[in-house]
Design a protein around this ligand. Structure first.
Ligand code: BES
Ligand code: ZN
Ligand code: ZN
Length: 496
């Protein structure tokens, strides 16, 4: 797609898209501003077609030169970054039906008084690329799988805004590409999406980016580091575990050193405490945290944050077998803390006990983990909100702010002190499930907290709900892997 900038005169692209607020008066004025000869007829048609500017509603004007498409934003006031992304998604939906490869946007119609052209460009790029995503590699034909091919995108703006627009567009595009990598990884069935596959993807990312290096620790090295907690979960599977450590170093001095840790269970059968079929069906999703880490690294090159970033993934399968970890087993993590495996399906937290320990051993004292950790967070918050926990208010505030503007909704849940002791074990330092019913996602967060050392800032994002979309939730997020968290984390890293 080529970006072409113009002033407002010669409009000769095939389709010009105009976002339209949900406000009758604004619609009339907007249409009048185009100076159509048959303005009266057009306005009569607006009435007849009941065009109100509802979300995704479309009103079309043809003339001999071009097509003008008004797209309802559903919003009566100034548009937010999320409105930009959603409207971009509606543009893609329109283009899937009515093919056109030259399209145009007039920036003043989008900004309406708010002056940040960068936010507009970034969000438009995110929306356009994300909405145009399909996981169709295993399908021969599919009508919905049509990809839109925009060859030329004309943008009408002030000459002074060109540089800003281009820069932000490139950023938005790269955030979308990182998200799309994460979606692809989540959508890939567990038969191919193995720990080896994740390791190969990490290697590929490091190979194509000079600021990124990778270490893949094989089983013997993992054992040497005494990550027995991680290894105990991997034991039941024929797939060899891989411990993945990516490092991004900025050009110049790093302002901070941060670890992004992802749960990397490439398939969660439950282990010996096996899941029923409905619960197991989608469990290829259980490496979504790892996918987010890889998506973040994929996009780091373009956003170039001034911080050192470590991506950490303990990748394995959770399978039942004669060799699998048994309920009641006691294992130690690399810090030497003993864990009673009371339930083999609470496996993610056990692998994370070693990932978090490893991160801290690198001398990192700011950690964010993303994990499809508990079914109970889905009970609490549904499929569109991630559960957010943090032991530090500033860290929480900073990440949640980026989550909101990225359109990746998260809701903070309490690390309630009343529940802290409920993972107590009679035979080990800690138990991998609580001994009280309810509050499962908080109990899991407390379990992780047990492995966080004094003074380390830590946030935990339970993405079990939004990592995988069962029914399309908006115009730029199709069903399947969502790539949830990539854009929030990158925007946070850029703003540290
Ligand atoms: N991977 C699951 C959590 C999950 C559930 C992710 C639904 C995505 C969608 C996790 O390993 C798990 O099985 N958790 C158990 C814990 C329980 C045994 C304490 C759960 O939430 O039921
Ligand atoms: Zn599980
Ligand atoms: Zn799991």
């Amino acid at each position: 797609m080529e970006l072409i900038f113009r002033k407002e005169e010669n409009q000769e692209e095939e389709v010009l898209f105009v976002p339209t607020l949900k406000d009758d008066k604004a619609i009339t004025n907007l249409i009048k501003s185009f100076d159509y000869e048959d303005e009266k007829d057009v306005l009569a048609r607006v009435k007849k077609e009941n065009f109100k500017g509802n979300k995704g509603q479309v009103f079309v004007i043809h003339d001999d030169k071009q097509v003008l498409v008004f797209i309802g934003t559903g919003q009566a006031k100034k548009l937010t970054t999320e409105d930009f992304r959603k409207t971009a998604g509606h543009i893609i939906a329109y283009l899937k039906k009515y093919k056109a490869n030259k399209i145009g946007l007039i920036s003043k119609h989008w900004l309406k008084g708010s002056s940040d052209i960068s936010l507009l460009a970034q969000s438009l790029a995110e929306g356009i690329y994300l909405a145009n995503y399909n996981f169709d590699k295993y399908k021969k034909t599919d009508k919905e799988a049509i990809k839109v091919d925009i060859k030329e995108l004309y943008v009408y703006l002030l000459a002074s805004q060109k540089v800003k627009f281009t820069k932000a567009w490139e950023l938005g595009k790269s955030l979308a590409e990182g998200t799309i990598l994460a979606r692809d990884l989540v959508n890939e069935p567990a038969g191919t999406m193995t720990p080896q596959f994740l390791a190969d993807t990490a290697r590929e990312i490091a190979k194509t980016n000079k600021n990124i290096t990778v270490k893949i620790l094989e089983e013997d090295k993992i054992a040497k580091l005494k990550m027995d907690a991680f290894l105990s979960i991997a034991k039941g599977s024929h797939e060899a575990p891989k411990f993945i450590h990516l490092i991004y170093k900025p050009i110049g001095k790093a302002k901070d050193k941060i670890a992004i840790v992802g749960k990397g269970i490439t398939f969660d059968s439950g282990g010996l405490n096996i899941k029923p079929w409905e619960g197991m069906y989608d469990m290829k999703v259980d490496m979504a945290g790892a996918a987010t880490v890889l998506g973040v690294f994929e996009a780091l090159a373009v956003s170039n944050p001034k911080v050192e970033v470590h991506g950490i993934i303990a990748a394995c399968e959770n399978m039942p077998s004669g060799n699998a970890v048994k309920p009641g087993d006691i294992v130690k993590n690399m810090q030497g803390k003993s864990i009673e495996i009371a339930h083999t399906d609470a496996e993610g937290r056990v692998t994370l006990a070693d990932s978090l320990a490893y991160a801290q051993k690198q001398g990192i004292n700011k950690i964010v983990d993303l994990a499809t950790l508990t079914g109970s967070v889905v009970v609490a918050l549904g499929s569109q909100y991630a559960g957010f926990f943090a032991n530090n208010n500033k860290l929480a505030k900073d990440i949640l702010k980026q989550a909101e503007s990225s359109g990746e909704t998260m809701w903070q849940l309490p690390l309630a002190p009343e529940y802290k002791e409920m993972n107590k074990s009679k035979v080990a330092d800690i138990r991998n499930i609580s001994n009280t019913k309810g509050g499962g996602s908080i109990m899991a967060a407390w379990f992780l907290d047990y492995f966080i050392e004094e003074g380390v800032e830590w946030a935990h994002i339970d993405i079990a709900g939004p990592a995988y979309i069962e029914k399309s939730i908006n115009s730029y997020t199709p069903v399947g892997g969502a790539g949830f968290g990539v854009r929030t984390i990158l925007n946070w890293l850029r703003n540290i």
